[in-house]
Design a protein around this ligand. Structure first.
Ligand SMILES: Cc1cc2nc3c(=O)[nH]c(=O)nc-3n(C[C@H](O)[C@H](O)[C@H](O)COP(=O)(O)OP(=O)(O)OC[C@H]3O[C@@H](n4cnc5c(N)ncnc54)[C@H](O)[C@@H]3O)c2cc1C
Length: 376
């Protein structure tokens, strides 16, 4: 049987992980991304491919996928393990410290190598995935903004804004929350609606600013139940950490998810003042004030889909399902999608490729999304 060719729209974290997983099972794919590095460099705005966002925490389900892709050790070397998670009052008092190993064991994870989660900068993980794709010869064509998708009996064709097209046996839409694939194939009205800003995340060099984070507070949440504020710290390496503050209904809110703010001193200053006024432990205020990058993140309402598969087109990651936009939950879910596809590869390689993918995404994954949605 000749190898089918797959078009992956979007080379974010999930697109890149999908391409690697397909490569492992002998399926050739090419990624197409709207980002045009020349344009964004000229604008000084290299967001999707560059230094952006904050930290992502990856639990056992995602770690298992990274291990299958052969990247687990490299990821741990570039990030940090999270032996504890702490929940405390806003001033750091009355901490409850959870031992990740014990918690994950209780939750049913039997593999000791996967019981301690990984915390890593989103941008660092993206670099690792893209480098791994490059190493095995997976191509990413940039400046390819998807405009339309047309399906024939045996093929699917993507049309891009630069007038070019690409034809393959299967198209995987990994083009994120504002997915064009979803709109063009599943329905024009299936757009993600911006519901407002959820918070801000700052990234800081703690070594440079002599900030010490306790071992138990590498991931720590500080809560003010009455005022409804949540602050958090996420250490990602010996020298880098992120600080997070929920700012629902911020007057300066706009749909700029994960785009670093342009007036850093102004926003870092006002958010540091907010942390101080809430009475958080002093290092949170200092972390925010000294941030070298600060991004806001929003929350979106995404219409449900009956199925993530239509003919020769499949949606994956944020393009398929909405998730709570923090702590890497969107990524974790997307990585689990990739792992599910990879694990079922034997089935779909011997049957019809697109049917196999569709069955996988429609059945076992669907119940997980429904479960997350009801919790949210
Ligand atoms: C810049 C950025 C920073 C983030 N930071 C964090 C964070 O700090 N913490 C956290 O928990 N989550 C963060 N997220 C969200 C998290 O990365 C995602 O939830 C998760 O990784 C799922 O990713 P994805 O690959 O499905 O989508 P995305 O990461 O959004 O990737 C989608 C890709 O598709 C491309 N694309 C979109 N439309 C088109 C089109 N029409 N044609 C071609 N290509 C297209 C985009 O350029 C992008 O590269 C961030 C997302 C982004 C985009």
């Amino acid at each position: 049987m000749s190898s089918p060719s797959v078009i992956i729209v979007g080379s974010g974290l999930v697109g890149a992980a999908t391409a690697l997983a397909l490569h492992q099972v002998g399926v050739k794919s090419t990624m197409y991304d709207q980002v045009n590095p020349m344009e964004v460099i000229m604008r000084g705005d290299a967001i999707e491919f560059g230094e952006s966002g904050g930290a992502v925490s990856i639990q056992a389900g995602g770690l298992r996928v990274l291990r299958t892709l052969g990247l687990l050790e490299e990821c741990f070397a570039a990030g940090t393990p999270l032996p504890y998670v702490t929940w405390a009052k806003i001033d750091g008092s009355k901490p409850i410290v959870g031992d990740s190993k014990v918690g994950n064991k209780k939750a049913g994870e039997t593999d000791p190598a996967l019981q301690v989660p990984l915390q890593i900068l989103r941008s660092t993980l993206h670099t690792i995935l893209m480098r791994a794709c490059h190493k095995v010869g997976i191509k990413t064509l940039v400046g390819k903004k998807l405009l339309d998708v047309k399906q024939e009996d045996d093929t699917v064709t993507a049309t891009f804004a630069d007038g070019t097209t690409a034809t393959g046996n299967l198209l995987i839409g990994a083009d994120g929350i504002h997915s064009t694939t979803r709109r063009k194939v599943f329905g024009e009205d299936l757009v993600a609606k911006y519901m407002g800003e959820m918070g801000h995340i700052g990234v800081v060099n703690i070594k440079e600013h002599n900030i010490t984070i306790k071992e138990t507070e590498k991931t720590a949440f500080f809560i003010d139940r009455d005022k409804k504020y949540l602050a958090a710290t996420f250490q990602v390496s010996d020298d880098i950490a992120a600080v997070n503050i929920t700012t629902f209904g911020d007057a300066e809110s706009q749909d700029q998810s994960y785009r670093p703010v342009t007036d850093l001193p102004k926003h870092a200053g006002r958010l540091a003042d907010l942390l101080k006024s809430l009475g958080t432990p002093p290092h949170l205020e200092q972390m925010m004030r000294c941030s070298f990058r600060l991004s806001s993140y929003g929350i979106y309402d995404l219409p449900d889909l009956e199925s993530y598969h239509k003919g020769r087109v499949i949606l994956i990651g944020d393009a398929a399902h909405g998730m709570v936009p923090s702590a890497g939950i969107g990524l974790l879910t997307g990585l689990e999608d990739v792992g599910t596809l990879r694990a079922c590869s034997n089935n779909f390689l011997t049957k019809r490729l697109e049917q196999g993918f569709g069955i996988v995404l429609q059945n076992p994954r669907r119940s997980w999304y429904d479960c997350c949605k009801s919790i949210a």
